[in-house]
Ligand binder design. Structure first.
Ligand SMILES: [Mn+2]
Length: 299
């Protein structure tokens, strides 16, 4: 099972459940996202980073829509399970399950169910964590996704509380990291949006972004700089009415001058990892949002 680079909970949960059911191994090209790291630790996943694919080894790619997210993975013969809208890997795949659901984990669950394979406690925790991760703790989940989650909980003999413990951010972020991010944050009012930007002192950009949304931001922008490396998340609150502001486009234009190692997401959530200066990128992003939300400008 191969995930995308910077694997998140959905990718890891899907790969992990499949790896148990099909007795395979989990390969992650490059690094994992920060919440992915916690999930690996808590479920004691055995993950191969930058895996060397052995001859004859079959590859199932999960939660991945683009070859660019699979550095150094040979793509001669592979299968795909994914939920992203424009999946560019399907055409070359030997087999695939592709549907625009809320998460890849629920597609994996469907396959396991169909194959009559049992879901143990760990698999259920992993699949549930993936669903929560991709729906921002179910805020964006559809009714059918919540039904699937219920089935997974029953099958694995776990409670919703068990899942929250696995994904809970309060345990990951120290109070110091939270408070530091909060007190050094800057508030911008652009168009109808309240936008909050902050730099974190640890590589927990995703959790800090969610925290800012919980505090009331419409859009959270969080960066972490470590030497030349920069990690940024730009996230819109799911309760914000769609106004046509595409955050993926905003980020893409903002990082034009930087070396892109990974750029992923959609109009509501986008992540960037690469080489550059966070404050310069942030300035570009804010300018870009200012321009796009100015009602005098057409784009
Ligand atoms: Mn996903």
């Amino acid at each position: 099972m191969v995930t995308h680079e910077d694997a998140d909970a959905d990718a890891l949960g899907a790969a992990y459940a499949l790896s148990i059911a099909l007795e395979g191994r989990i390969g992650v090209p490059g690094d994992v996202a920060e919440h992915g790291r916690e999930l690996i630790k808590k479920l004691k996943m055995n993950v191969y980073f930058s895996p060397v694919i052995e001859e004859g080894e079959r590859i199932i790619i999960v939660d991945t829509a683009d070859e660019q997210q699979l550095p150094d993975i040979p793509l001669e013969s592979y299968a795909v399970i994914d939920h992203h809208r424009d999946n560019k890997l399907l055409q070359g795949a030997e087999a695939y399950l592709h549907e625009e659901t809320d998460s890849t984990c629920q597609l994996v669950y469907r396959i396991l169910k169909k194959m009559g394979l049992p879901i143990n406690r760990e698999m259920a925790l992993a699949l549930s964590a993936g669903i929560l991760g991709d729906t921002i703790y179910l805020e964006r989940a559809s009714g059918s996704t919540i039904i699937v989650l219920g089935e997974i909980l029953l099958q694995g003999g776990i409670t919703y509380k068990d899942v929250l413990e696995i994904v809970s951010m309060s345990r990951l972020l120290t109070r110091e990291t939270k408070l530091q991010a909060a007190i050094s944050a800057q508030l911008y009012k652009l168009g109808d949006y309240l936008i909050v930007f902050t730099q974190t002192n640890r590589d927990y950009v995703y959790y800090v972004a969610i925290m800012l949304l919980e505090l009331g931001a419409d859009i959270a922008l969080v960066s972490y700089q470590e030497g030349d490396e920069v990690n940024i998340r730009l996230v819109k609150d799911p309760r914000v009415q769609d106004t046509g502001l595409d955050l993926f486009k905003v980020m893409k234009e903002g990082v034009v001058g930087s070396k892109i190692e990974n750029l992923w997401g959609d109009e509501n959530f986008v992540g960037f990892k690469g080489v550059g200066k966070d404050l310069e990128i942030v300035k570009e992003i804010l300018e870009n949002i200012r321009y796009r939300t100015d009602k005098n400008n057409y784009y």
